[in-house]
Design a protein around this ligand. Structure first.
Ligand SMILES: [Zn+2]
Length: 158
């Protein structure tokens, strides 16, 4: 499957996230061409600021694989991963992060780092497992941006 197709799966997960009361952000983690785990943004339902789609996906993958080593895996997310999620991916040795919409596609949704760019931030990350994270953004960008159209300050607007 291609990056576009895996982002398509992440978009499906975003819909499930929204149905579960979370923000419409979804993630899938892929190893050897197969989806190992999925994740939804569960910040609101869990009242947990760390429960982003990507961290939920990484947690699930580590449980399923019974490993803290996700090297060789690619994490797909509908939205530009924040510094926490990229940091978590780095701790787990994830090799590549692919995302859809950029933070600029989500009006009035500031990230926790001023002038943040995931691609640039990833350059400064060094995984404890030794690898570097390759980051690619903008895959199915408009479709992923559309998901966030009714989100403002991370809450749904009418
Ligand atoms: Zn995040």
């Amino acid at each position: 499957m291609t990056d576009d197709q895996f982002i398509g799966l992440a978009i499906e997960e975003a819909g499930k996230s929204q149905a579960a009361g979370g923000a419409p952000i979804g993630a899938v983690l892929v190893k050897d061409g197969k989806v190992v785990a999925t994740g939804w943004s569960l910040v609101w339902p869990k009242k947990d600021p760390s429960a982003h789609a990507e961290t939920e996906c990484i947690r699930s993958a580590c449980q399923k694989l019974q490993s803290l080593d996700l090297s060789g895996c690619t994490l797909y997310s509908t939205l530009e991963s924040c510094s926490m999620c990229l940091g978590c991916a780095s701790w787990a040795g994830v090799s590549k992060v692919v995302f859809g919409a950029y933070k600029e596609d989500v009006p009035d949704n500031p990230y926790e780092v001023v002038d943040y760019k995931a691609e640039a931030y990833s350059v400064s990350l060094c995984s404890p497992l030794g690898g570097k994270i390759d980051v690619r953004g903008g895959v199915l960008r408009s479709e992923c941006a559309e998901l966030m159209r009714k989100i403002k300050h991370w809450s749904p607007v009418e």
